[in-house]
Design a protein around this ligand. Structure first.
Ligand code: PPS
Length: 311
């Protein structure tokens, strides 16, 4: 990741006040270009900075996702590929500092002076992504997940945070999700926007389900895309230390560092189930069909269901 930068160096880059995500916890959203973003870590300024001012470098590697699609998992995979399986940063520095979100209020402080290669996360739709990216050789790994499981994971996440709009009734949440009236906008717009660029050599598509099915093969694929040649022991370390159970127990990736001000820790964990198909425990047949119809209409050009075995 930050090539030899230890925690001390990272601290020097970031003004102390930036460690506090926000002073007042609110469930309000900020609206930028018609899309809702959680106010806790996003402002019009931070989003505008990400889109128009942030200078992407050729060596940058982006972890891009719609929320709840495998973001944290990929943050850890990239960290460990970069360190060749060495665990020190993975155990010492929170994931949001190691692979920060460019669009968040902390993005500038974390990233601007960081040496290359930088590992960067983003939930931005393609049309809001840093403009400078498109003039560089920087790489994007875009990870997708079955939208039905994304819906369930996001629904549950909203119940345990104090900084996201919370709809307790699943039917109501499902309807809002289908309309795309959720944070980061419509899943369909997000995924289709990025898939339009899928044939570019600098973009790698991954799926959460593919990573579950073949974690080692997935890590090897990412290494190949990044031109990183790791030996077997290093690959083993990446795979083993990014398993659901290892991450659930790693304080630096499981969000237990966020105080009770931010999270209802007693209500549930960020690392909830980590499986595919949990939607079947939430969706009615009618809700499933409703999403299927929309999927058919909006994603017909991409052949995703067959490719990723989403049922
Ligand atoms: S966020 O808030 O957007 O950053 O969330 P994100 O990290 O994208 O997604 C969280 C979900 O990913 C699951 N997860 C994993 N599943 C399997 N294996 C591993 N290693 C793993 N790491 C994270 C996590 O449990 C959330 O899914 P659900 O379905 O809620 O359990």
């Amino acid at each position: 990741m930050q090539g030899g930068v230890d925690r001390q160096d990272l601290r020097v880059e970031i003004p102390p006040e930036k460690f506090h995500l926000i002073e007042v916890i609110t469930q309000e959203n900020v609206v930028y270009e018609g899309i809702k973003f959680p106010q806790i870590r996003n402002t019009v300024d931070s989003l505008n900075y990400a889109q128009h001012e942030f200078q992407v470098r050729d060596e940058d590697v982006f972890n891009v996702t719609y929320p709840k699609s495998g973001t944290t998992w990929m943050q850890e995979i990239l960290t460990l590929i970069n360190s060749k399986g060495d665990l020190s940063q993975h155990k010492l520095i929170p994931s949001w500092e190691r692979v920060p979100w460019v669009e968040q209020t902390t993005g500038r402080g974390f990233l601007e002076n960081r040496p290359s290669p930088r590992l960067i996360t983003s939930h931005l739709q393609a049309h809001l992504f840093p403009k400078s990216f498109f003039k560089t050789k920087a790489k994007v790994i875009y990870t997708m997940r079955n939208p039905k499981d994304v819906c369930v994971s996001l629904y549950n996440y909203c119940q345990i945070t104090k900084f996201l709009e919370c709809i307790e009734n699943f039917a109501e949440f499902h309807s809002v999700f289908i309309k795309g009236d959720v944070i980061y906008g419509s899943w369909f717009d997000h995924v289709s926007g990025w898939l339009k660029m899928k044939d570019q050599a600098t973009i790698l598509l991954m799926s959460y389900e593919g990573m579950l099915q073949d974690p080692r093969g997935s890590v090897l694929k990412i290494c190949k895309f990044l031109g990183r040649d790791l030996d077997d022991a290093a690959i083993d370390s990446v795979v083993e230390n990014t398993s659901f159970i290892k991450l659930k127990n790693n304080q630096m990736s499981n969000y237990s560092l966020l105080s009770d001000e931010y999270m209802h820790h007693k209500k549930g964990s960020f690392f909830r189930k980590g499986i595919s198909g949990d939607w079947k425990n939430y969706f009615t047949v009618a809700q499933s069909e409703q999403l299927d119809h929309l999927f058919q209409e909006k994603m017909k050009d991409f052949n995703l269901k067959e490719k990723f075995m989403w049922d």
